[in-house]
Design a protein around this ligand. Structure first.
Ligand code: SAM
Length: 370
């Protein structure tokens, strides 16, 4: 497999009107005016990190050398409480957010996360439809929690799984966690009625040999497998362009074994491009933030576990919502704050990524949430 070329990272003028969402197509029926930013992007999705802690030390995300015994994780009192989270989500829902993804860190290590799901599932939305509640997890605790999460109102789950080979899986999570337990978690989620997606980050030299086994395992399973290009999130993972396996390479490689065709109807705000197996065994997705950036359709904001709001995964700074929340701000004041953050939004980091910006300080993914 060849490396993506360096010229992808040079600053190029980007025209992304084709991938830009139509605010009217995405508008909230019978609700308040949607939040629209300076590029016409509508705020629809919120990701909430419920903890910055994780029981894995994936080498590309929370390398042990940095996130070791002495690492200063957030204190309990610094985290938004479940009730504070539910209040913020309720306000976002009133402003047109439709999908909330619970993430981390590892969200299932947050005590009582099932109760948070219950609180979010009970939120009133302007169109009376319940929020779509997704959760991203490393799957290690899913076998124990899947049923309770489903009963609490979770809509679906995304499980991160980078290899089926036990040895390389243990090496990637770097805490010697066996792959079998994650597979049991996936089965438990499916048995609890939760639709499952599986995310595999592909890092050259680490797990690029796992593409075909992963594809083979999930073909025809009913679970959608998505490959994610290794990204320059944060600053601690020592990211190098040479380590990225491009979406084109991934699709080509799998298609040589099981021919694929692009799925025609792609959502403008989707992160993954969808491909379907010609033999009818389902589909895969590729998330190509490095080689085919999708800032033009970005409908997402992220809330860190301590209540800082980020409008870009690659941002360096977020907006503090915890202080106003704890100082007694009214819902109207919070609405105004959120409106002013989103409507002034100008970020499109991935479209403008250069080797220089890739090296600049950025928030860690374990802090802001995947
Ligand atoms: N602990 C949960 C999990 O493992 O899914 C949620 C948090 S984790 C930060 C969310 C997702 O981000 C995972 O799928 C992980 O593989 C992905 N991720 C972390 N670092 C990444 C990187 N440098 N490039 C691409 N994806 C990354």
């Amino acid at each position: 497999m060849a490396s993506p070329t360096r010229s992808r990272l040079t600053e190029v003028p980007v025209t992304w009107s084709s991938s830009r969402p139509d605010p009217f197509a995405l508008s909230v029926e019978d609700g308040p005016a949607p939040l629209v930013d300076t590029y016409g992007r509508v705020h629809r999705d919120l990701r909430i990190s419920v903890t910055d802690r994780c029981n894995f030390r994936c080498v590309y995300c929370m390398p042990k050398e940095v996130f070791g015994r002495d690492y200063a994780f957030l204190e309990r009192r610094e985290l938004l409480t479940l009730e504070e989270l539910a209040r913020v989500v309720g306000i976002f829902a009133g402003l047109g957010v439709r999908t909330v993804r619970i993430t981390g860190g590892e969200p299932l290590v947050r005590r009582n996360v099932e109760h948070l799901v219950e609180l979010l599932a009970a939120i009133d939305t302007p169109d009376q439809e319940p929020l779509e509640l997704a959760l991203t997890t490393n799957g290690s605790l899913l076998a124990q929690k899947a049923e309770t999460l489903a009963a609490a109102g979770l809509s679906r789950v995304t499980v991160s799984l980078d290899s089926l080979d036990d040895e390389s899986f243990r090496a990637m999570n770097d805490v010697d966690f066996p792959v079998q337990r994650v597979l049991e978690g996936i089965d438990a989620a499916a048995a609890a009625g939760l639709p499952v997606k599986v995310n595999a980050v592909v890092k050259r030299g680490a797990n690029d040999a796992d593409l075909l086994p992963l594809a083979e395992h999930f073909r025809g399973s009913g679970h959608v497998l998505r490959f994610i290009e290794y990204m320059d999130v944060g600053v601690t993972n020592g990211w190098r362009l040479e380590d990225v396996v491009s979406a084109d390479e991934i699709v080509r490689h799998i298609s040589e074994r099981w021919p694929l065709e692009p799925v025609a109807s792609q959502r403008p705000d989707a992160t993954a491009r969808r491909w379907r197996y010609l033999d009818g065994a389902g589909e895969i997705g590729v998330v190509a933030s490095i080689t085919q950036p999708f800032c033009g359709g970005c409908s997402r904001a992220r809330l860190s576990a301590e209540g800082r709001l980020y409008t870009c995964l690659f941002a360096a700074r977020g907006h503090d919502l915890r202080a106003p929340l704890r100082l007694g701000a009214s819902d109207e004041e919070l609405v105004e704050q959120l409106r002013s953050i989103w409507t002034r939004r100008t970020d499109r980091y991935s479209e403008l990524r250069t080797e220089e910006t890739a090296a600049l300080p950025k928030v860690e993914m374990s802090y802001i949430g995947g």
